[in-house]
Design a protein. Sequence first.
Length: 254
Amino acid sequence: MAVIAERGWSGAAPHFRGCSGEINLAPRFYHSGDAAEIDWIMRRLAAHAQRSGAGKLFTAGISLGGNALLRWLGEAQHEADFVDAACAISAPLDLAGGGAALGKGFNRVYARNFLQTMRPKCLSKLEQFPGLFDREALLQARDLYAFDNIVTAPLHGYRNTDDYWDRASARHVLGDITVPTLILNAQNDPFLPPRHLPQTAAPSVRLVYPEQGGHVGFLADDASGAAGMLSWLPQQMMHFLLGADKNRASNNPA
């Protein structure tokens, strides 16, 4: 967002339902394949951009948001063409593969911390909608598989965790994306082992899998030799967005 501001652009960083510090009012939260939510957000931003006279509309999704963005791009196909270019960073493209990785080793620390943030939200949701899911089962859940089986899957129309992780994974729709899209995942991302990284996608999609970067931890040396420059990731994204839009314009002259 700082790089965007430096260019004189305007930007928005949407929060999913319940992530802004205020519990949402509907009997649902958000999930990795929430294409309908992304569609609402993108169309609202597109309308705002049109009213303000903005010439281009770019979008980026990070982690879970990246998977949801890719699901929307793939499901909407040409109906998403009002977006000029997109980026998905460290997206869990294969939720089953990522879920299995999060249940092992040090990754269990992340899963435990995530559950600690979600339990209070879930208990607040039960106060809004008593009986929405099993309170005691929620309190006993010790990993993401159990949590998604109790809350995420049934709350959002999936049969169980396996059904959710399969149907919500972006890997199924990468061949259907028509918007120029960068998918950037590090091969050492602990949330998605490299063997689960898709190797094929639509011609409009560029798959970039650097060896290092972890989970949204991309760093690089600057020209002076100072290590740990956080500017690498936004620079890569901006380079792709501007280049993809330029190529798209040259291939589709007015």
